[in-house]
Design a binder for this molecule. Sequence first.
Ligand code: SF4
Length: 188
Amino acid sequence: MDDIIKISNINDFIFCPASIYFHNLYGNENKLMFQSKYQLNGTKAHETVDENKYSTKAEIITALDVYSEQYRIIGKIDIFDKKKKLLVERKKHIKEIYDGYIFQLYAQYYCMKEMGYEIYKLELRSVDDNKKYNVKLPEEDLEMNTKFENTINEIRKFDLEGYQQTNTLKCGNCIYEDACDRSLNRGE
Ligand code: SF4
């Protein structure tokens, strides 16, 4: 895998490493052609932000391109409130807080810190039901931070060639199932 990791790929990698290939192939826009479940819950909420419609308030930064030299990760943040020093990642619907959601926030956090921003709080927001979830900073949750660093290392070492998904349910919930020759539901 490329040395520089896209932040948006971290969540995909945890869901299924093979899905990164399709994510990169189809991108976010064409992805909406596919029937969605788990993965789209993590992406659709960004549309407003990506089009920069969220806010014109000076203290709110949206869709900022970010990069970390330390972790060699690149991406975009969702929302940063400069006054509250609050970094927010919105999801369409949060049913459960997956590690991948937290790792995306950590990745954005490290990038922004390197870029000189001070961040005091991290938050996940579920847009459909308007719920907010506080997430501890990486230095307040060392176990999670270690898991984050291990995941980044695993992504970097990952080799698609020999990979086989073992969880049928994941394939059943995957928006790329029709296109994926590794799907466990092939031939059913
Ligand atoms: S269909 Fe299965 S193996 Fe293929 S990307 Fe989706 S979850 Fe992974």
